[in-house]
Design a protein around this ligand. Structure first.
Ligand code: SAH
Length: 253
């Protein structure tokens, strides 16, 4: 039977997923709690990704090696870099890249040595399904969040974007830094700390991967404001609704 791996970057997101799984059993590996069970008739293993590239890569490797996951979906939050990528929007990754990888002059900047590439593609079919589910959820954002939350975070007609997501071991929280990233990688829509590492692991194993990120901040000097509240009241509700919508449309294999 197909097994879907769900990696959540945030405790609150994982808690929402676990509340929707009727039968999850905890299995501890590498100091992590993996939750094995079902959701809407699908076999699912849910886990907290942990933060940063190495921690997330280890979590992904265990999901693939130990739990035989054959589809991996990542959810979390990210800083918006693209000019029209606003707080409360959702970005579904098409390609992912490590913005802090730099083995130049031996290899071109951002290229991962010995892979001959800087970009790791998300699975197109899986990403299209998740983008469609995200559209559905954002079209009815008020139903999922409540009108009060929409107003409080000034969320107005949130949108779904698809494009490049960049990852690095740094929380980007100054305008100078996000400007430098925009200059180096003008196509990047969002910046976070795990996605490209997990994409690389999935590439190694030939397992389809997709990443869905709610924009929590603009990766600038205001990037820390109300971060926890946003995750609790917006991002974790979006993640739950998007995953649930996606699974409800997917045939159990
Ligand atoms: N306080 C949080 C830690 C957040 S670390 C906690 O206790 O869990 C930042 C997380 O948000 C990472 O998962 C990262 O991928 C994402 N993220 C959101 N905005 C970001 C930004 N501006 N730069 C880098 N990562 C960002």
């Amino acid at each position: 039977m197909a097994v879907i791996g769900i990696m959540s970057a945030m405790h609150e997101e994982l808690a929402a997923v676990l509340a929707a799984m009727p039968d999850e059993q905890r299995v501890q590996v590498a100091g992590r709690d993996f939750w094995v069970g079902h959701w809407q008739g699908h076999s699912v293993v849910a886990v907290l990704s942990r933060i940063g590239k190495v921690a997330a890569a280890t979590t992904a490797t265990v999901l693939l090696e130990r739990f035989g996951v054959d589809t991996l979906v990542f959810t979390g939050v990210a800083g918006g870099l693209g000019t029209d990528v606003r707080v409360g929007d959702v970005v579904v990754a098409q390609g992912l890249l490590q913005h802090d990888m730099d083995a130049s002059p031996l290899f071109p900047r951002h290229e991962v040595p010995l892979y001959g590439r800087a970009h790791f593609e998300a699975d197109a079919g899986l990403s299209a399904q998740l983008a469609a589910a995200s559209q559905q959820v954002l079209a009815h954002a008020g139903q999922h969040l409540g009108a009060g939350t929409l107003a409080e975070f000034a969320l107005n007609a949130p949108r779904v974007h698809q494009g490049m997501v960049i990852s690095g071991d740094r929380f980007v929280s100054t305008s100078a830094e996000s400007q430098a990233l925009r200059q180096a990688l003008p196509e990047a829509l969002a910046v976070e700390m795990e996605g490209a590492a997990v994409a690389q692991v999935c590439h190694d194993y030939g397992v389809p991967f997709a990443a869905v990120r709610t924009i929590s901040d603009r990766a600038d000097d205001g990037a820390h404001t109300d971060f926890q509240r946003f995750i609790r009241e917006v991002a974790s509700r979006y993640s739950l609704a998007i995953l649930s919508q996606w699974l409800s449309r997917r045939q159990p294999a």
